[in-house]
Ligand binder design. Structure first.
Ligand code: EPZ
Length: 430
């Protein structure tokens, strides 16, 4: 089993290029099958989730060409099946975007029902509600979501909550429905806007993405396109918080500062200096960090995918901070691991009360999910001594070349597979 080993204590200093947004790419690659013409998508991150989804797309018969590490060309004309097998969904929930894409294009789709995961039950009732409102029949049998429709008709859909997945999935199906669809209480995340812009580049007629009301005028077919994914705001935010936690000085390049406003605002609140350029942000974190309060909210609020990373940073800030998780019901699982590194955090329901400590100390911990895994790496980088992180496969789902990028900033981190390699690392860094 692969692990990371980290020798903490080095401030992270330097510049880092941010890759394409994983959560935009997953939806866009699924939507790419909606045309029978070639669709080229650039700036896709080379991470495990993306590679699994491309296998799922190939698995239903679409032609998938990897033109480069970060570019894929997809042609949906050769699709032979509208059934996406469980072993893809088991690996990545986001395969369920093929539901909206296949239902929109072929008026039928069978996708394995995604289970819950480490951060919550992750229901898909809002996706179902949207498809049914457009005239689809949606039912679950033998672990599959089966949906079909004689035709899809435009509808006025009011989501019960701002769901990123439901907004994107239903938007995809609505693009090829007959008539007009209005999505109310739509999610406004940057990657929702990116998917809408991508679909519009294929000839869709979507207005209002990025607001809570999205209007879609159905079209008969979509043509091919070439498109480049937006930068990953969560990868950028992760490195920004790593600068604060290690008292470093990092420039994240190839970002859209507007997408990072909530994160930059919190970093300023805890005492960091932030300077912005058109496509870069510098975080100067060499200061005594102050406490603050954080509440995760749908965009433009503070992103839930940054909650573990800021909690680790607040664990090293002076005073008591409060972190409230309003999006997922089980996203504090990593706190137990952090406490083993010396953090003083009490979780009550969906709130963590964080008493800052002077230092964390390294030990062996396990990554419970993607973002908590990245947060434990930040903790190890800031801690005294050695930290070993198990289950790094979670981290590789969403961070491309994570340890290489961290090493380029001065981190002492390596991927190891056995005790011998651990000892070799310790000899090298001591
Ligand atoms: C997307 O998940 C992201 N995943 C998540 O990122 C992210 O945390 C989340 O949006 C919120 O921003 C991808 O884009 C692949 P939601 P998604 O639907 O779409 C409830 C990461 O680390 N809900 O916005 O599943 C749901 O339970 C991952 O990259 C329903 O009740 O999130 C949650 O409480 C983790 N019924 C809330 O809405 C539904 O039908 C928001 O979920 C759908 C959602």
């Amino acid at each position: 089993m692969e692990q990371y080993i980290i020798k903490g204590g080095n401030p992270l200093i330097g510049e880092i290029e941010i890759g394409g947004a994983k959560n935009a790419a997953l939806a866009i690659l699924a939507a790419a099958i909606m045309s029978d013409e070639a669709v080229t998508v650039d700036n896709i991150p080379d991470v495990r989730d993306i590679n699994v989804l491309l296998q799922a797309i190939e698995g239903i018969g679409a032609t998938v060409e990897r033109i480069g590490k970060h570019t894929a060309r997809i042609t949906g004309r050769t699709i032979k099946s509208t059934r996406v097998d469980y072993d893809y969904i088991k690996k990545i929930r986001a395969s369920y975007y093929l539901l909206g894409a296949l239902l929109g294009k072929y008026k039928r789709a069978e996708v394995a029902l995604p289970g819950g995961c480490n951060i919550g039950s992750r229901p898909i009732d809002q996706h179902k509600k949207g498809f049914e409102a457009m005239g689809a029949e949606v039912f679950i049998e033998y672990g599959m979501i089966v949906s079909s429709a004689k035709k899809l008709s435009g509808s006025h859909i009011y989501f019960d909550m701002a769901s990123v997945g439901a907004t994107i999935n239903v938007m995809m199906a609505a693009v090829l429905a007959e008539g007009n669809t209005i999505l109310e209480n739509a999610a406004k995340e940057p990657h929702v806007v990116d998917v809408a812009n991508f679909l519009n580049s294929m000839g869709a007629k979507i207005k209002g993405a990025g607001t809570d009301v999205i209007r879609i005028k159905g079209v008969k077919a979509l043509h091919g396109t070439e498109y480049s994914i937006i930068p990953d705001q969560i990868e950028a935010g992760t490195f920004m918080l790593a600068a604060a936690a290690t008292k470093g000085d990092i420039v994240v390049k190839n970002v859209i500062p507007k997408h990072l406003e909530a994160i930059s605002a919190k970093l300023i609140e805890i005492g960091c200096q932030i300077t912005e350029e058109d496509d870069a942000i510098r975080v100067f974190g060499n200061c005594e960090l102050k406490h603050t309060h954080v509440k995760t909210l749908p965009y433009p609020g503070f992103p839930t995918d940054m909650q573990p990373q800021i909690t680790v940073t607040l664990a090293l800030s002076q005073g008591t901070s409060i972190v409230t998780e309003t999006i997922f019901e089980n996203r504090f699982k990593y706190i137990g691991e952090l406490s083993r590194m010396g953090a003083s955090i009490k979780v009550e329901g969906n709130t963590a009360i964080v008493d800052g400590v002077r230092k964390l100390t390294g030990t062996q911990v396990s990554a419970p999910d993607l973002r908590a895994g990245a947060a434990l790496v930040i903790a190890g980088l800031a801690a005294d001594g050695y930290t070993i992180i198990d289950d790094i496969v979670y981290i590789e789902r969403g961070y491309e070349e994570f340890e290489e990028k961290l090493r380029s900033l001065g981190a002492q981190i390596e991927r190891v597979t056995n005790e011998k390699e651990i000892q070799k690392f310790k000899l090298k860094v001591c």
